[in-house]
Structures are given as C-alpha cells and as structure tokens.
Design a protein around this ligand. Structure first.
Ligand code: GUN
Ligand code: ZN
Length: 432
C-alpha cells in the first residue's frame, strides 16, 4: 500500500466535485493485483486507520484523477495548426497525406512513443484514439501503451471510398484486419479496441454493414467515428445516404449506435438526433479547440443537457490545437458562452473538469474504473502544482473558493502545472 497527503480533487456520482484541502489517498492492489484507490478522504479522519503506513506528503499540491481524452488522432500529431478553409479541404490537403506515412512500421513506432509521452506530459492517462487505416499503426500504438501499462483504446480507421491512394483500404480486408486486431488487443492488459469508421462519407455501405456486424459480435468493443461536424460534410453525408433520416441516423441504420459508441463533434444536430443519442446510450466527444480552429461550429451544451445524452471532452488533435486538457476545458467554456443558447451558458469549472475525467469515463462506460479517485478506481492520478508559474501562484493563492481555484488552473494552466503522473501498476507483474 502507498499513501499520499495533499489536497485531493474527485467527483461524486451526481457529478459534483469533492475537494479535500488536506486529504489522504491510499492506494493498494485489488484482488487481481491491480493498483486501485483503497481509501480517500480527509487526512485527519482517515490517517488513524493506517498506523505505520508511510505517507508521502505533498504540501501545496493537488492530487486529481488523470485526464481522459475522448477523441484524438495519433497519426495527426505532426499536423497540429495546419489551417484550411474548412474540414473537407483540411482532410485532403494535410490529413490524408500525413496519415499515408503510417503504413511504415518505423514511422508509426517512433510517433507512438512521442504521442504517448506527450499525452502523459499533459496529464492525460487514457485516450480513445484513431490510428490510421494501416494495421501497423494500431500495433505500434497498442504495443507502446502496453509497455507503459496504460489504459488506452484505439482502432484502425475504416475508409474504403472518397479517400486517396495511400490511405484508402479495401472493404473485405479492412473488416478482416479489424477483427484480427480486436482478437489481438481487446482486453489485453489495459487495452481496448474501437471499431473505427472514419465517417460515413468515407465508408461504403458494405463497409458500414460489416462494421455494424462486428459491433454486434463484440459488444464489449468500442465504436468511434465523426458526425455532424461541418455543414458541407453534413450535406454530403445526406446525399450519399438519402434513405437515412439524418447524418447521425446513418450510423443507427448500420447498427453503430449503442453504449460504448463515441461520436466526435455532434454539432449540427436536431432534437431527434439528440433523443437518439440518449436512447441508444451513445456519447459525444466534444472537441472545442478543433471546432473553433476549423470553423466547424459550437457544440450545443444546453441541447445536450436537455436531451440527457452523455458527453465528455476531447482534444481532437490534429484538428484540435493542443494536447492540454486545460486548453480544451477553456475552449469548452468559450463554446458554452458563445454557443447556440442565448445569452449563453457559464459552465462551471467543476463541470468542465468533470467532462475531462469522470464524465469522459462515463461516456466510455468506464465509470468507477478510471477518471475518478473514489475507492475501487484504478490508481491513475496526477499531481498538480498550482504555483507552477508566477501568475498562477499569485492567482491561486488568492482563490477563495474551489470554483476560483479550478478556474484559475483552467484559464492559466498548461503542462507546467502537471508535476507528476502516476499510472496504476499491476502489482502481480511487479512482484514476478
Ligand atoms: N472527419 C473525418 N475524418 C476526420 C478527421 O480526421 N478529423 C476531423 N476533425 N474530422 C474528421
Ligand atoms: Zn477527429
């Protein structure tokens, strides 16, 4: 067992933040040897229950759950900040040429190391990631995550049409490859597989049908795609699938809407789409820096809350402009401010933080497993330094409430705030 004394941030089941100014976090192995939160609470109330246990004291620091990035593209790391008129030209000019390089093993392996280093440097301990359409890109990312003991979910992109040579895959083979990758990686250590149709316009009916059949055969596997991001894209999807009621309904028509299905963007929705998200248990990966950068639009928080569907925060690198959850939370705040509902929402910092931790875990169906520090959760946590920069030190020192403290971190914070990242170990492996 290990114990840490510092301020501790976690979340209650009702999404509210629980904050111990002087807290104790005790972690230890569960029945399978996986390091989990054993106990957490006020230091003075809890410490007497653990006589003799060495406690690492971290004065002035905050322990918080590791962040979860609900949608990110591993092969787009090197194209962050590539401007284009909008989504479709951006895909043609930058994304497809970059992703075509991921058929090369060495390139995929080199970038997998950099990508996971970068996530961890920013305090992100779990991601739901797109690889490229080439199976070696999945193998490289999974192998590197496994080596580090990370909980990571990823998948091979499906795109058998409207895609250039170099990234376009072949219908039958793409489905065989996806199933092979599920068998190889899903449920191995802390890894999960996601069936990954790029978006409806890049997939033939046969490919979507095959993806839906795989999803039915492997209900524990995740599904990830894009939907209703950009108005031109929406128009194109509707033209390609005229029988479907809406862009989102295409995925439902092919059996791709269910629990553990995560759709990035979800901007240009109507209330029937929102009701379908809620009814099927699918979740939205809100990607505010990407949507602002590519001019895609604003996620409608008020509409999502009214319909009661699940959502969480995502970087969407490389459309997104930063790996930093602080930058993403701040952009989400701006989106709430300027979004569809007038006069605009003022999302609380606790809710922004929840969307990137416990809320994202709930979207993945992994509540109680990651994204929180309640007893039983896997011990993926970060240690924050609220005085990491001179301005942060001044601002956080004068914060009178939890909301002020979290807002100061969201507005002024970045990777400099992340002092330490701790990943849950398999203690059986450590021993053997
Ligand atoms: N739609 C289809 N592919 C992509 C992608 O790579 N990024 C974004 N933002 N949208 C997409
Ligand atoms: Zn994306």
């Amino acid at each position: 067992m290990q114990a840490f004394r510092s301020a501790i941030l976690r979340f209650a089941d009702d999404q509210s933040a629980v904050y111990e100014q002087d807290g104790l976090l005790v972690i230890g192995p569960d029945a399978r040897g996986r390091q989990v939160v054993h106990a957490v609470g006020d230091y003075h109330s809890l410490a007497p229950a653990y006589p003799g246990l060495a406690v690492e004291h971290l004065p002035g620091r905050i322990i918080a759950p590791g962040f979860i990035d609900l949608h990110i593209h591993f092969p787009q790391t090197d194209l962050i900040g590539s401007p284009a008129a909008g989504l479709l030209p951006w895909l043609e000019q930058y994304t497809f040429p970059h992703e075509s390089r991921f058929s090369e093993n060495a390139h995929a392996q080199e970038l997998a190391i950099f990508f996971l280093d970068e996530l961890l440097r920013h305090g992100v301990t779990t991601a739901l990631a797109f690889a490229s359409s080439h199976p070696p890109s999945v193998n490289a990312l999974m192998a590197e995550a496994q080596r580090r003991g990370l909980r990571l979910i990823a998948g091979k992109v499906l795109q058998d049409r409207h895609s250039p040579d170099g990234v376009r895959d072949e219908t039958e083979q793409s489905l065989v490859d996806s199933e092979d990758l599920i068998r190889k990686w899903h449920g191995v250590d802390r890894l999960g597989y996601a069936i990954t149709p790029r978006y409806a316009p890049s997939c033939s009916e046969a490919q979507l049908l095959g993806a839906g059949e795989l999803a039915a055969r492997y209900p524990e596997v995740w599904i990830q795609s894009h939907v209703a991001e950009n108005l031109e894209e929406v128009k194109w999807a509707r033209e390609l699938f005229p029988a479907s009621r809406s862009y989102l309904a295409i995925y439902d028509d092919f059996g791709l809407m269910r629990e553990r299905a995560i759709y990035a963007h979800c901007i240009h929705f109507d209330d029937e789409d929102r009701a379908m998200m809620r009814a099927t248990g699918a979740a939205a990966a809100v990607s505010p820096t990407s949507n602002l950068f590519l001019g895609s639009g604003f996620f409608d928080y008020e509409g999502a809350q009214r319909a009661g569907f699940k959502y969480g925060l995502a970087s969407d690198v490389g459309g997104g402009t930063s790996f930093s959850p602080f930058h993403t939370m701040l952009a989400a705040y701006y989106v709430g401010r300027e979004g569809r509902s007038k006069p605009g929402l003022s999302l609380s910092p606790q809710h922004l933080w929840w969307q990137h931790t416990a809320g994202a875990a709930q979207a993945l169906g992994l509540q109680g497993v990651i994204g929180n520090l309640q007893p039983g959760c896997e011990a993926d946590f970060i240690v924050l330094d609220p005085g990491a920069t001179p301005l942060l030190a001044r601002r956080t020192a004068s914060a009178g409430t939890l909301a002020e403290l979290l807002f100061a971190l969201i507005v002024l914070g970045d990777d400099r705030v992340i002092q330490e990242v701790s990943i849950s170990k398999n203690t059986e492996e450590v021993r053997s």
